[in-house]
Write a protein that binds this ligand. Structure first.
Ligand SMILES: Cc1cc2nc3c(=O)[nH]c(=O)nc-3n(C[C@H](O)[C@H](O)[C@H](O)COP(=O)(O)O)c2cc1C
Length: 217
């Protein structure tokens, strides 16, 4: 495949409107789009440029069904734990509303995962030199590139990780070797809703200058 041509899409518009899209149509996604997304993923920075990744693209109905079962079981456990936990202190009505919206879209995905046309499982290898959190993290910039490319193509994605609680079942299903780690399970499809900005803190609230805790107005 050749390199994609640069379009007029404003990168900041793409970044600013890429969010977890969990309600996806079952309509097929062209293979070229998937390859473009993986092309974008493989442009990402990575430790020593060893490119410690493989991308499993799942379109087979039976395999999607099994992944759905695995994901739903973990979602149900996660939901039960969340419901049993007290709300974080100082939760405003607005915060509670946002949390409810995320739970409702999470529930939709957990109920419909096998209906999405494509599930991508990016797998990462750990680097030989153990640098703590960085050792296995090369896969995540690749995932972000993949999701931004999807957004630029009008495709919805969501970064999910709950399957990791039962990663063994995913390995067994797909023949994934022990040294490859399933970093995420990403449903891909044409969104039912619209892209838009997710709620985030302002830059000033999360930026320190020269010294931890020092802010500029
Ligand atoms: C490390 C990580 C793990 C995540 N795991 C899940 C998951 O298992 N299921 C899910 O529905 N969303 C998952 N998400 C998506 C987040 O819930 C989502 O990014 C967050 O709520 C912000 O929403 P927005 O991207 O729509 O603004 C995960 C995101 C990250 C970065």
């Amino acid at each position: 495949m050749g390199e994609p041509t640069v379009t007029e899409s404003d990168i900041f518009e793409v970044i600013g409107t890429q969010r977890a899209m969990r309600r996806l149509k079952p309509d097929p996604v062209p293979e070229e789009h998937i390859k473009k997304m993986i092309w974008a993923a493989t442009r990402a920075p990575n430790g020593g440029n060893v490119q410690p990744w493989r991308f499993l693209v799942i379109t087979d109905a039976e395999k999607k069904k099994r992944l759905h079962e695995i994901y739903l079981a973990e979602w149900n456990k996660y939901k039960a734990e969340r419901e049993a936990a007290p709300p974080p202190p100082n939760t405003s009505a607005e915060d509670a509303k946002k949390a409810n919206a995320t739970t409702s879209s999470g529930q939709y995905l957990a109920d419909h995962l096998s209906e999405v046309p494509v599930i991508i499982i990016p797998c990462g290898f750990l680097l030989a030199v153990n640098t703590g959190i960085a050792s296995g993290s090369s896969i995540y910039p690749a995932i972000q590139n993949l999701m931004l490319a999807a957004r630029a193509l009008g495709l919805g994605t969501a970064l999910t990780t709950l399957h990791r609680h039962n990663e063994g079942a995913v390995r067994e299903l797909l023949g994934i070797p022990e040294n490859a780690h399933t970093a995420a399970m990403i449903p891909v499809g044409w969104p039912m809703g619209r892209f838009g900005a997710g709620p985030r803190l302002p830059v000033e609230a999360v930026t320190y200058w020269d010294q931890w805790g020092t802010k500029r107005a």
